[in-house]
Design a protein around this ligand. Sequence first.
Ligand code: GUN
Length: 284
Amino acid sequence: MDAKIIDGKLVSASIREKIKEKTKAIKDKHSRVPGLAAVLVGEDPASQIYVRNKRKSCEDVGIYSEEHKLPASTTQDELLELINKLNNDKKINGILVQLPLPKHIDDSLILNSVSSEKDVDGFHPINAGYLFEGKPQFIPCTPHGIIKMLEFYDIDIEGKNAVVLGRSNIVGKPAAILLLQKNATVTICHSRTKNLEDVLKEADIIVAAIGRAHFVKKEMVKEGAIVIDVGINRLDTGKLAGDVDFEAVKKISGFITPVPGGVGPMTITMLLWNTLTSLEKSIS
Ligand code: GUN
């Protein structure tokens, strides 16, 4: 029997409904709405699409949003000045600096300059530290969305063997920490891992976040496994493909996320969630 499809759009819609209700309640009571500022430096086409989607999603739930599009030639100091202004702007509760940044800009320096109280991406070292400690303030959106999807489908994590493919600060590492906090036994695999197929074959839960189209094949997956595909890879044909060979793997896995329509919608939803949470914290 084919796997059950984890529908990210469905889970997203239910969370966005909650965000909309809470946003309206705050507006009625405090005359405030959550505000998100997205900062985009350069012309990366994928980033432009993300930022456009973010604006539309904010509108749909009643969140104020603004975009700051800067040329690729922007200096580090100019970018720091903008972030400083947004840190002090009362109508802005969340600041998102779209990655990747141009090569001449130091990512860490920029991410560290965003106020940890407006860090809705959860990338500031203070928020990474809180997450590590098990007392998260802002959880990075993609891994947060993955956990929300598992919860929505009543998938038990405790005691499961979870294998995370990829060790990025944005997805792999925080996903591993969150799964660990849900009492999974977690293995992180990466490009230097030996016998990757054998490790994957033992997984009850696979989180694939390596950015290689169709990397996870049917032979690497245990029957009934839960497969979460974070990959968004553009094929030569122009089509989008995940890190998992979806058509083959769905025949053996228990649950699987499609690409598109799986993890993708959840990332923006959790960004909206974090922006609302930021306003809630500031008025409580
Ligand atoms: N680039 C790719 N994913 C992300 C994300 O979640 N946040 C930001 N700021 N940039 C990204």
